[in-house]
Design a protein. Structure first.
Lengths: 204, 82
């Protein structure tokens, strides 16, 4: 049995051609298949065909992007991270394919009411309600419709790449849009006199 | 959809965790391989990897990818250890 390859050997062998590259690809394919199969088996949401398809895509991507490996981890960890990213992206696309942004949106105006449950004291309920009123005002005054749409989708669990796809944007731009929205709400809460401790204890 | 207590709680928590400077998802995933190795070996986090840790606390999608990657590597490590 051959010794495990070092990072430089992986790069050298994958960049070569003929049987050397073919052997490196076979080794990498088997390693990615074993890792992903175990990981997704534990989650119980995919089958072997899905894993094999993702690994094939990952190998193509890795071969095309070898120059992006900067040696900050083992090569095989970097390669596995690429395979995981492709797999998760495919799963999210399938999971969210029939959900529109609009179906996840909440009205940006008006204060919704909720019933106090048995575990919430009247004082805590009043504090929750006051914070919600402030938040509702801040959302209406400080956020754009696009920011609120993205924020409610994120609150509903929609992945950023799916929000981006629906907005015709990219993940980084959506992250920045959401970061700006969160900053505005945070600043607004602070200006209204709420500390992080106040807010957390109200919703504890 | 009106915000109910759980959503209001999630929104406020999201807002409270906001920092002026934050790593984006792409920046986080670019460092995820180095981060997972450090986590698996229990080595202290560098400042750059601390930013990954903070991003994972805020972003459950990246955290999900981290956990899958970690599980895959742990499974391979167990095989090697046999």
């Amino acid at each position: 049995m051959r010794a495990p390859r070092e990072n430089a050997s992986w790069i050298r062998d994958l960049r070569s051609c003929g049987p050397v590259q073919a052997e490196a690809l076979t080794d990498l394919r088997e390693l990615l298949l074993r890792g992903l199969a175990k990981s997704f088996q534990a989650r119980g949401e995919t089958d072997q065909a899905f894993v094999e398809d993702v690994v094939q895509q990952a190998l193509v991507h890795i071969l095309d992007h070898l120059e992006q490996f900067q040696g900050r981890s083992r090569f095989t960890t970097w390669a596995m991270a690429i395979a995981v990213r492709l797999a998760m992206s495919a799963l999210r696309r399938t999971r969210w394919q029939d959900v529109s942004l609009e179906s996840m949106s909440a009205p940006s105006e008006g204060t919704p009411a909720w019933d106090r449950d048995d575990t919430t004291s009247p004082a805590q309920y009043a504090e929750q309600h006051a914070i919600l009123q402030t938040l509702t005002r801040l959302i209406a005054e400080a956020l754009t419709e696009k920011q609120w749409l993205a924020l409610t989708a994120e609150l509903g669990g929609m992945p950023l790449e799916e929000i981006a796809r629906r907005m015709g944007s990219n993940v980084n731009a959506v992250y920045k849009l959401l970061h700006d929205a969160r900053q505005r709400l945070k600043h607004g809460l602070e200006t209204a006199g709420y500390t992080a401790e106040d807010v957390r204890s109200a919703f504890a | 959809m009106a915000l109910h207590p759980e959503q209001a709680k999630a929104l406020t928590e999201m807002v409270l965790r906001t920092r002026d400077q934050e790593m984006t998802c792409d920046e986080c995933l670019d460092e995820i391989a180095a981060f997972v190795e450090v986590q698996l070996t229990g080595t202290p986090l560098s400042a750059a990897l601390q930013a990954v840790y903070e991003h994972l606390e805020r972003c459950h999608h990246c955290a999900d990818e981290y956990h899958v990657l970690r599980q895959a590597l742990e499974a391979l490590g167990e095989e090697e250890g046999r």
